[in-house]
Design a protein around this ligand. Structure first.
Ligand code: FES
Ligand code: FES
Length: 131
């Protein structure tokens, strides 16, 4: 069975021209890394942030092995993360991402992956700083 739905242009845009694809040095004490997987489909997302002394996210990058919606969700996530404080980043909801990209209901879990990856990256950063 082939399931089809129309992708919104925001998804296609981020899928074809993903922003901020890349990797940051994990051993950098100012870098937080989040690596999460979606049990439903096996897709994997890695999202990293570099945080300045005042708690502002200076840079966000991602690598996603997954569907177009997951790639678009992580690309959009990196876009909105830059310039945010880490506490603000913790408040980003998957529904913010899904609404912006106009994801259909079957693709909501793809944006959930991005929310989880953001939280994982911030928590990793905080854990490093607490050491
Ligand atoms: Fe990237 Fe709107 S599609 S900011
Ligand atoms: Fe699983 Fe998109 S289909 S992350």
């Amino acid at each position: 069975q082939i399931r089809q739905f129309a992708y919104h242009q925001n998804v296609l845009d981020h899928y074809s021209n993903p922003r901020n694809v890349g990797t940051l040095d994990k051993s950098d004490p100012d870098v937080g890394t989040g690596l999460v997987g979606a049990p439903a489909c096996g897709d994997v997302m890695k999202l990293q942030i570099k945080v300045g002394d005042d708690g502002t996210i200076e840079k966000a990058v991602f690598k996603t092995f997954g569907c177009g919606s997951a790639i678009a969700s992580s690309s959009y996530a990196t876009e909105i993360l830059e310039g945010k404080k880490i506490e603000e980043a913790m408040h980003i909801k998957n529904t913010d991402i899904a609404e912006h990209l106009k994801l259909p209901p079957v693709k909501l879990h793809c944006s959930m992956l991005a929310e989880d990856a953001i939280k994982a990256a911030v928590n990793d950063y905080k854990k490093k700083k607490a050491q």
